[in-house]
Design a protein around this ligand. Structure first.
Ligand code: 5AD
Ligand code: SF4
Length: 424
């Protein structure tokens, strides 16, 4: 979502005649688009700001602006921190005012900020300035009303609001004309999309009908909003990628209840079974938090067992990180010790990595349609890379493919992180 928001910001500022440079050292204004979801992301932003100030020297006139969730969450402390010397701050619903904020900060030398959250702002009238050539992110809803007790997003991004299907479709048609082959529908809680009487399944169906778009993805859904209609559509529609990212967070019912996830372990696993029975080749991925306040060893063990049972293709696992202002921070201050969290995450990762590797190896000998993507910087440039519909990264044995091309590939090898294949 932040990548997408940065594309919106680029578009908004280009309209105001700002020019973008890729080299941070040449910029007069540096914008940092921030995430507040875990402490780690916070710390990195402080580090980056200090680096910029250091690299540019004491007398430099470079202006630094903080965008995104950290802006909403930490406005006061960011502005008061003398060593950071932040010039302006804009929360996720204030990007249209950025030009004005920059001018206010430049002209008056005063710290300018706007972190107001809106019930309506969806940026549906802004076309993001996209750089990638294959996948286009498109936020169809913003905000979250779920209030999971650990999560700061409902406070930093405000209430749920959806864009009209017509407006989304107009943008998707334009993207197809520009040569994008894949769209990923985004939302903090994407399957809660609702516009008048239109739900998420309707939107997905309509988007998939746009000529030129070959793949439709979405992220991230909440397990509470998975009607059969959506699963049946996914099963029947070849353009909808067979990948569901289904955050589990934890498997013990007491912990799930404290987290306000609104499902039980049984309900979650039943949904996994249903998804698998309707869409047998689905890639299932998840998010897990270890060490939620008061989580016992036995309760963590249940998460581990559920992970083994569910056989996720991969998982993002996180140590619980207390966020100011959340319900958990107020009601459940008893922290699980850091050493215990570390031990749990290591155990979880070990179990999941073995499953991921086993699942990847099971693809050897299978043939997939791969959509070629730009080669990531950490991959050798003499290979082409692409993804399966299930979102698995495939490294091809040849490099002569165009970005956006679709290639039939036989999988010949697998690592814990990617598949390797020969084009047919
Ligand atoms: N601590 C640790 N992980 C968190 N997440 C959200 N809030 C926290 C937190 N306070 C994780 C959840 C979510 C993912 C995006 O980040 O697993 O699904
Ligand atoms: Fe946070 Fe829960 Fe909303 Fe996801 S569904 S953004 S975890 S409050």
């Amino acid at each position: 979502m932040n990548e997408y928001d940065s594309e919106l910001v680029r578009s908004i500022l280009i309209k105001e005649n700002y020019e973008f440079v890729t080299d941070e050292l040449k910029a007069d204004i540096v914008l940092l688009n921030t995430c507040a979801v875990r402490e780690h992301a916070h710390r990195r932003v402080y580090g980056r700001v200090h680096n910029i100030r250091h690299e540019r020297g004491k007398d430099s006139l470079v202006m630094i602006g903080i965008l995104g969730c950290m802006a909403t969450n930490l406005r006061q402390s960011l502005l008061e921190d003398r060593s950071l010397k932040i010039d302006f701050i804009a929360g996720p619903d204030s990007y249209k005012r950025l030009g004005q904020l920059i001018r206010e900060a430049a002209d008056n030398g005063q710290k300018a900020y706007d972190v107001t959250l809106s019930e309506f702002e969806t940026y549906s009238d802004i076309t993001p300035n996209r750089t990638d050539g294959v996948n286009a992110w498109i936020a169809v809803m913003r905000g979250c009303d779920n209030f999971c007790t650990f999560c700061v997003v409902p406070y930093t991004r405000g209430r749920e609001r959806s864009r009209s299907p017509e407006n989304v479709l107009k943008e998707v048609r334009q993207l197809a004309c520009e040569g994008f082959k894949q769209v990923t529908l985004l939302g903090q809680n994407v399957n809660s999309y609702r516009y008048e009487n239109h739900d998420f399944a309707y939107l997905m169906d309509e988007v998939s009908r746009v000529e030129g778009i070959e793949r439709v993805r979405f992220t991230s859904p909440h397990p509470k909003d998975f009607p059969d209609r959506l699963l049946d559509l996914m099963a029947a529609n070849p353009k909808i990628c067979k990948h569901v990212h289904l955050p589990l967070q934890a498997a013990n019912n007491r912990v799930l209840n404290l987290m306000n996830r609104t499902y039980t372990k049984g309900e979650y696993l039943k949904l996994v079974n249903k998804i698998r029975s309707k869409i047998p080749n689905i890639t299932l991925t998840t998010d897990i938090i270890v060490g939620f306040p008061t989580e016992t060893d036995a309760e963590f063990e249940e998460t581990l067992q559920a992970v083994i049972h569910a056989q996720f293709d991969s998982a993002f696992s996180f140590k619980y990180s207390e966020r100011q202002g959340t319900i958990a921070a107020k009601k459940y201050p008893d922290q699980v010790p850091e050493t215990v969290k570390t031990d749990r995450i290591l155990r979880l990762n070990k179990v999941q990595n073995e499953i991921t590797y086993k699942k990847n190896r099971a693809h050897i000998g299978q043939v997939f349609e791969i959509l070629i993507e730009p080669t990531p910087q950490d991959k050798p440039s003499h290979h082409s890379v692409g993804r399966t519909g299930g979102n698995k990264l495939v490294i091809l044995s040849k490099k002569d493919y165009k970005i956006g091309e679709t290639v039939q590939v036989m999988i010949t090898d697998a690592t814990p992180h990617a598949l390797k294949g020969h084009p047919l």
